[in-house]
Design a protein around this ligand. Structure first.
Ligand code: PMP
Length: 351
């Protein structure tokens, strides 16, 4: 830390992104990226439609926003496109949390939530998952504050039905419920229909997983016009040109070929079934997942050892040091071939 660093951030522990090592070619099952390249049609569309780069991109990101609104059957003022869904999350912490409205989220969830809370100096409470890693929504109903739920949750992969989230949203119309649907396309129920009925729910999705565009950094929020207007106030006060011209074009192209994305999600869901069965054969307990990853704990080998030895043998999975989950690893579902490399490597090391 330099002597110039503001005291406001002196205590901040930044988020640690999953490893992206460049030293060798790993079988990369650690950051929930898609193993499939983006749709060819999306790339061709972007090559043709990217606005000249000597000009600023459209700060309203109109074409993509309008197309997303059409896809979800809402008006354009109910959608905001952001630089990854991380940016929407940060905007939501800035816009909807303060001393009177602390952030509420599970003790085991996306690790960026506590970082955004700290960055924005908002109080937060981490509400423990139940013994089997479920989210007990009654615990949230008892408390006042802005709720952040990853659905499916990360890193557990467990999903909550829309009806349960609706009951939470309806129980207190004076709080915002943010539903982070980064992994929804792999088998969970989206809460987008709720935004047409309630003005206190904000749904966040991303192109990073199910649309194979993690590198393009595209996410979006869908909510009632007033919530989106609030997020726009934050956006236009921080970075009006948050979506570069290429990403705006490739995002639109990707929507024009969503069959390809859906077909990839179907393969991942099939590979998840295959992976769960194989991991169980190898001695793992696996949490029920609706996402493009599974959360697994070996019956005898520690989580740290699984992570370290797999890495030394060219397979990367994600290990978390938090006490409650330190015996687990989060394993991204890749192609069947990638999963076979994982199983063979495991057998080679542990027999
Ligand atoms: N939410 C969850 C639950 C995630 O796991 C991630 C990916 N790390 C994100 C949001 C952010 O994804 P992105 O910014 O790439 O859209």
């Amino acid at each position: 830390m330099s002597r110039f660093f503001s005291k406001r951030y002196a205590e901040l522990t930044p988020y640690t992104p999953g490893e992206q090592p460049q030293d060798m070619a790993y079988t990369k099952l650690n950051t929930n990226e898609s193993p499939f390249p983006p749709s060819e049609k999306a790339l061709a569309y972007a090559a043709e439609h990217t606005k000249p780069l000597n000009l600023y991109c459209d700060p309203t990101c109109h074409l993509l926003t309008a197309k997303l609104a059409e896809v979800y059957g809402v008006t354009e003022d109910m959608v905001l496109v952001t630089n990854g869904s991380d940016e929407t999350l940060n905007f939501a912490f800035m816009a909807f949390c303060d001393e009177e409205n602390p952030a509420l989220f599970p003790d085991v969830t996306y690790g960026f939530y506590p970082v955004y809370a700290q960055l924005n100096h908002v109080p937060f409470e981490e509400i423990p998952l139940t013994e089997d890693f479920s989210i007990d929504l009654d615990e949230y109903k008892k408390r006042k504050g802005t709720v952040f739920l990853a659905n499916p949750n990360a890193p557990t992969g467990k999903a909550i039905p829309m009806a349960d989230i609706e009951a939470l949203v309806a129980a207190d119309p004076d709080r915002v419920v943010v539903v982070d649907e980064a992994y929804v396309d792999f088998g969970a129920e989206s809460c987008v229909p709720l935004v047409k009925k309630y003005d206190n729910v904000l749904v966040i999705q991303t192109y990073s997983k199910s649309r194979s565009l993690a590198g393009a950094r595209l996410g979006y929020a869908v909510a009632c016009p007033a919530l989106i207007a609030d997020l726009n106030t934050i956006k236009f006060s921080t970075n009006p040109y948050n979506i570069n011209s290429y990403s705006a074009a490739v995002g639109l192209g990707s929507l024009l070929d969503d069959e390809t994305n859906k077909a990839h999600c179907k393969i991942i869901a099939e590979n998840r079934v295959y992976t769960v069965a194989k991991l169980k054969e190898l001695g793992f307990d696996v949490v029920d997942s609706s996402a493009n990853f599974v959360f697994a704990k070996h019956k005898t080998v520690s989580g740290q050892e699984v992570y370290e030895k797999l890495k030394a043998n060219g397979v990367l999975v994600r290990h978390f040091t938090k006490e409650r989950i330190k015996d687990y690893n989060r394993i991204t579902i890749g192609t069947k071939e990638q999963m076979d490399v994982l199983f063979e490597t495991f057998r080679k090391i542990w027999g």
